[in-house]
Design a protein around this ligand. Structure first.
Ligand code: NDP
Length: 298
């Protein structure tokens, strides 16, 4: 048996297009396109690329984007002022502050200022509380992308055993809660978990979100299981030439692909879903803020 590859890039393109379609319908009702504001502080090269991609895909879907760029010397008070300005701007539906922020700025304080109804990254305390309480709200993008791909592959997730490896606020914890919301039976593993390989073998759905290249080995994966590899790790690739690198996930793809049921590749799996869910959240935020309904299947 060979695993079915989950093509996150194709699903993400579909979600982008649908967000654009639903956003265009909404724009007719509210008189403007749903709008995402992205704040980039400093000159981190990776952040530059992420922000460029976010803006490009937002605009390609026909949604509006605003880009606010500030120098690395920006103070915490100035960053907070930017967020407060965007909160007060009624034409802005979603606010994303690109991480990491320069050292002098406490990221938690800045995120804490974001209006939860515009928190399209799903990172505020209120957004986290809404997940725990099962209340409607904006869900964090990468975990929401994992759940969506799992549903596409397996259908109903009810009763499935899910093992999430990693307990970060950004990925592991919200992913676990979102799978729980789908009535899966969820275990969160982390660096202190005992006999991780044995635990992983119980999983119908395994979600490594660790940041350790190819940590999950072939014999950690139950035959037929679904592996959603969140990890993105850059490793040396001397076989491609001197100084070359390549991206790998947290799962040893080549060891797993022969017997898993489904697997997401890296790159091209979970990664593209993150921006797709961001666009979707922007449309959801625009509808919620203006008291409009969205199609039931969105
Ligand atoms: P963090 O570093 O915040 O969290 C890593 C988690 O992995 C921690 O909970 C840690 O446990 C756990 N861990 C570390 N070592 C082990 C181990 N040996 N065994 C079991 N668990 C371990 O990372 P993030 O959650 O932010 O990101 C995880 C990965 O996902 C990274 O590769 C990142 O690049 C990628 N990522 C991908 C995204 C995408 O769009 N596809 C978006 C966001 C992240 P403990 O808490 O005990 O220390």
């Amino acid at each position: 048996m060979s695993a079915e590859l989950i093509d996150g890039k194709a699903v993400a393109a579909e979600i982008d297009a649908r967000a654009g379609e639903v956003g265009a319908e909404l724009a007719k009702e509210i008189g403007r396109a749903p709008c995402l504001a992205v704040v980039l502080i400093g000159d981190d090269p990776a952040s530059e690329v992420y922000v460029r991609n976010k803006v490009k895909r937002t605009e390609a879907a026909g949604l509006k984007s605003i880009e606010i760029r500030k120098p690395a010397e920006t103070t915490e008070a100035e960053a907070i002022e930017i967020v407060r300005g965007l909160n007060a701007d009624d034409s802005v539906d979603g606010i994303l502050v690109q991480m990491p922020l320069p050292d002098q700025i406490d990221a938690n304080r800045v995120i804490g200022e974001i209006d939860p109804d515009k928190d399209v990254d799903g990172l505020t305390d209120v957004s986290a509380g809404r997940i725990v309480l099962g209340k409607p709200g904006l869900r964090p993008c990468t975990p929401a992308g994992c759940v969506l791909l799992a549903e596409r592959a397996l259908g109903d997730l009810s009763g499935k055993n899910v093992v999430v490896i990693g307990r970060s606020i950004l990925v592991g914890k919200p992913a676990a809660l979102l799978f729980l919301e789908k009535n899966a039976t969820v275990t969160i593993a982390h660096s202190r978990t005992k006999d991780l390989p044995a635990l992983c073998r119980t999983a119908d759905i395994l979600v490594p979100a660790v940041g350790r290249p190819e940590m999950v080995k072939g014999d950690w994966v139950k035959p037929g299981a679904c592996v959603l590899d969140v990890g993105i790790n850059r490793i040396d690739a001397p076989e491609r030439g001197e100084g070359k690198t390549r991206l790998v996930g947290d799962a040893a793809f080549d060891e797993i692909v022969g017997h898993a049921g489904w697997i997401t590749p890296v790159p091209g799996g979970i990664g593209p879903m993150t921006i797709a869910m961001l666009l979707r959240n922007t449309v959801i935020a625009a509808a919620t803020r203006s008291g409009k309904n969205l199609p039931a299947d969105f």
